[in-house]
Design a protein around this ligand. Structure first.
Ligand SMILES: *Cc1c(COP(=O)(O)O)cnc(C)c1O
Length: 472
């Protein structure tokens, strides 16, 4: 399996090569030359596998240049500290089941992919005898998942920029409590966009990038997309465990996905295309509803950073959705010229209009959407708590709210639980008046000494810092 760019300007590359790059050289995103296929018999054979074993099979569909026994070792190591089932399912009534993706070290779903990516990067860098210095910007979740996945790795260093004084106590502790030599926390005087702009300046300087082995692990990374496809297979297998064997083949379920950068739901779209019987993929947005607008109307109108709301489901606060380009590529019949055309339309008039294609979004791709506000979130946390005793986090609540609007008779609805409620204790207290207890482990993390370098919003200072501490 080789990978090409959504904009048509990249020589086909193996999977392991795409892991080390951010964007393709032409500014596009790497996609499989053709999507792999899994038949129903193979799906049945995978029923007996543990989560790490299933992960090796599913990721192996994409990572054909990595030996299967190496993949099996990586997935076993990646999920070793998770509970036995790794991804637990639990019903909350009304035909809705939560798919637990937040059992990893940072209590959010980014761990599912990042823990695998950490293993994969180490392996690929060892084989190529290279090192990588990851430079990234975070508003909280991605940075901490990356640091926890890469800490202590010999061939990778992480330089993570975060906006000074703008993260929650919990998020700060999750990152700054790490004291590994290869983890560098940099608190920038500014907001998230200032951090991101600094990273873009460095990443845009090809000479600096080459000289310092700079890389990225952002949400467009194919290793993350492939690792996220696994739990769609897993959830389907666990739901159909309860179905009579003769009715399992083709038994359809729907998924609702709390969405931001369109990474998680894109993995679901790939899982569906590969052969998981998925009826609908329901996209749940918060007040930053650019994707909901797109899937309802066909018009894509990204927001400027200053028009992006700060909400109580902050990990879905996006201005534009970086992975959407991979969907557009499939929508346009894999026509790279059409993708480039859409972006130049966007540049010229700040939106593009696919309303003529919109009916195909559901008919052909199964994607529908909805949105949820702060009031909806609080009401949903409350009603789920009253109905089932389960406490759900604000992002998952956005999912449940939108899922309820898309229930269909006899089609199980699975909602991806993208974070643990402990991470957002203030919103939980506001919704149901319950003060959540932290585990001993979390309490230790919150009390630990913090390691962070404060820096002005200054490109020269950042360059000097990276140059001084980069692995060579
Ligand atoms: C990142 C994140 C999301 C959004 O996922 P995308 O892949 O960006 O669509 C949703 N919920 C939580 C808790 C997250 O951390």
């Amino acid at each position: 399996m080789r990978y090409i760019s959504t904009r048509g300007g990249m020589e086909p590359q193996p999977f392991s090569e795409t892991l080390l790059e951010g964007l393709a050289p032409d500014g596009g995103l790497a996609v499989p030359e053709q999507l792999p296929q899994v038949d129903p018999q193979t799906l049945e054979r995978w029923r007996a596998l543990t989560y790490p074993q299933l992960a090796a099979e599913v990721i192996g569909l994409f990572a054909t240049d990595i030996a299967r026994e190496d993949l099996a070792r990586m997935t076993a190591d990646a999920y070793a500290d998770f509970p036995d089932e790794v991804v637990p399912l639990r019903s909350i009534g009304d035909g809705i089941t939560l798919v637990g993706l937040s059992e990893g070290p940072t209590l959010a779903f980014k761990d599912m992919a990042m823990q695998f990516l950490g293993q994969a990067l180490e392996h690929v860098l060892e084989q190529k005898d290279r090192v990588l210095n990851i430079v990234g910007a975070t508003s909280g979740d991605t940075g901490s998942a990356a640091e926890h996945a890469l800490r202590g790795k010999e061939r990778v260093a992480v330089f993570m920029l975060s906006p000074q004084g703008r993260m929650s106590t919990f998020q700060r502790a999750q990152m700054y409590s790490l004291d590994d030599e290869n983890v560098h926390n940099i608190a920038v005087e500014g907001v998230f966009d200032d951090c991101q702009n600094l990273v873009k300046k460095l990443a845009g300087d090809i000479d600096f990038k080459r000289a310092n082995n700079i890389g990225a692990v952002n949400s467009i990374n194919l290793g993350r997309i492939a690792a996220q496809a696994v739990y769609y297979f897993w959830a389907w297998l666990r739901v159909t465990d309860a179905v009579e064997p003769e009715y399992r083949e083709g038994f359809e379920v729907s998924f609702t996905v709390p969405s931001g950068n369109f990474g998680n739901i894109l993995s679901g779209f790939y899982a569906k295309s590969v052969g998981v019987p998925i009826r609908r993929l329901v996209l749940a947005a918060n007040e930053n509803n650019v994707l909901d607008e797109f899937f309802r109307t066909g018009v894509y109108r990204p927001r400027s950073a200053s028009h992006t709301f700060a909400t109580s489901s902050p990990s879905m606060d996006i201005s534009k959705a970086s992975n959407l380009e991979r969907f557009i590529f499939e929508l346009l019949g894999r026509d790279a010229g059409g993708v480039v055309g859409a972006w130049s339309q966007l540049d010229a008039q700040s939106f593009f209009d696919f309303s003529a294609l919109q009916p195909r979004f559901e008919a052909e791709f199964g994607i529908v959407s909805g949105m949820s506000t702060h009031t909806d979130r609080l009401e949903t946390i409350r009603s789920v708590y009253e109905g089932s005793g389960e406490i759900i986090d604000p992002h998952t609540a956005d999912g449940v709210k939108v899922a309820r609007e898309h229930l269909e008779q006899d089609v199980p609805m699975l909602v991806l639980e993208t974070a643990k409620p402990q991470k957002f204790a203030e919103t939980i207290a506001e919704a149901i008046g319950v003060e959540l207890e932290y585990s001993d482990e979390v309490r230790r993390m919150l009390d630990a000494p913090q390691h962070v370098t404060e820096m002005a919003d200054d490109e020269a200072a950042l360059r000097a810092f990276v140059q001084k501490h980069a692995l060579r």
